[in-house]
Ligand binder design. Structure first.
Ligand SMILES: Nc1nc2c(c(=O)[nH]1)N[C@H]1C(S)=C(S)[C@@H](COP(=O)(O)O)O[C@H]1N2
Ligand SMILES: [Mo]
Length: 357
């Protein structure tokens, strides 16, 4: 396939990285295999000097050290994160940003303290409408020099599952995942999960910011205000079966019984159905689907298949509890976000591939 990727896109794709799809085999993604997306530079943070400021429309501003954050009530939660740009590289024409295929996802075991009680301690004033989260990273995007910032409504900020996380998979956050503290908003796309968090500001009016109002929207063109992204739309992915061809990453499989398996997730109340096609979408079969290990973690699915000799195109698709389904073809939009078109995988089933040879 010719795609004419630019060196800028390659630079983005090597700085950031996806989760190798074979890591779908783990319920909790090992730290180094979880995807990474960072707009600007990864800041180096001195944990002794770092403080979390809570200010704005609050009764009592707070300034907490890392020790003070860590000594608050501690909870752990398995949460699937996915970049809103996942699938972007499959759009034509391709919006210029991080060129993800299908792999911008991972499930971490996030440990931290719930945000709600901390906001209540600061005391939201009556006029509080939104809560703004600011990271320590700064750069230019869309010709605007900015700190990485995202806001949530006051109501969403007070949801019990929203965390200030200082550990991932039982270890302090690694630098690339937001050391020493990040926001975790289960079910929402990745841009919400502000890393290197150091300031929480309660606002009495809607926040206007590049990452809120310009970039993370589904819009037809520059004049279309579009809609703001919030929660993740459903997606199912398959562990690539068999063995890969290095140059093409096509899969080689031996003849006969195969167990196709993968994971599926949605931020809209979980997955109710995963279907698999082994003939390029002509027929679909219902996969066995497990409940999630945690309310906001992905769900395992599997399907047994008798593989006949030759070339096959495998597809999988998920439907969520809110009735959202995955389209067969990508739906184009200006920023290349929320492309949850079904995954397609080409496999060659061959007689010469039994495991002893
Ligand atoms: N401060 C800050 N937070 C950030 C970002 C960033 O560039 N700066 N990127 C966001 C985006 S777009 C995504 S998809 C997730 C990625 O989180 P991860 O790298 O831990 O997987 O972090 C979000 N939080
Ligand atoms: Mo993202």
């Amino acid at each position: 396939m010719t795609t004419d990727f630019t060196l800028e896109e390659l630079q983005s794709a090597t700085r950031n990285h996806g989760m190798p799809l074979e890591a779908l085999a783990y319920t909790t993604t090992p730290v180094g295999m979880h995807y990474v997306l960072t707009h600007f530079d990864t800041p180096r943070v001195d944990p002794e000097a770092w403080r979390l400021e809570v200010d704005g429309r609050v009764a009592r501003a707070l300034c907490l050290s890392l020790e003070e954050v860590r000594s608050r009530p501690r909870v752990s939660q398995q949460v699937t994160l996915e970049c809103a740009g996942n699938g972007r590289a499959r759009l034509t024409p391709r919006p210029r940003s991080q060129p993800w295929l299908d792999e911008a996802v991972g499930t971490g075991e996030w440990t931290g303290t719930p945000l709600g009680p901390l906001l209540q301690e600061a005391g939201l004033l009556d006029e509080a409408r939104e809560v703004l989260f600011t990271g320590l990273d700064r750069g230019e995007q869309g010709e605007i020099v900015q700190w990485y910032q995202r806001a949530l409504s006051a109501a969403d900020s007070l949801r019990p599952e929203v965390l200030l996380a200082y550990e991932m998979n039982g270890v302090p956050l690694p630098p690339q995942h937001g050391f020493p503290l990040r926001l975790i908003v289960p079910g929402w796309y990745g841009m919400t999960q502000v890393k290197w968090l150091h300031r929480i500001t309660v606002l009495d009016q809607p926040f206007w910011g590049y990452q809120q109002n310009v970039f993370y929207r589904i819009a037809r063109d520059e004049d279309d205000p579009g809609v703001q992204l919030t929660r993740m739309y459903p997606r199912a992915l398959m562990v690539p079966p068999g063995i890969p061809v290095f140059e093409t990453r096509e899969r080689l499989l031996s003849l006969g019984h195969q167990r196709l398996q993968g994971r599926a997730w949605s931020g809209w109340g979980g997955i109710i159905r995963v279907e698999v096609s082994t003939d390029a979408g002509q027929h679909w079969q219902l996969a066995a689907l497990e409940p999630p290990a945690a309310p906001h973690a992905w769900q395992a699915w599997s399907l047994d298949w008798e593989a006949g000799e030759g070339r096959h195109e495998l597809l999988c698709r998920a439907t969520d509890a809110a009735g959202n389904a995955q389209p067969l073809e990508p739906q184009w939009n200006l920023k290349g976000v929320a492309n949850n078109a079904v995954q397609r995988l080409v496999v060659q089933v061959r007689r010469d591939l039994d495991s002893s040879s």
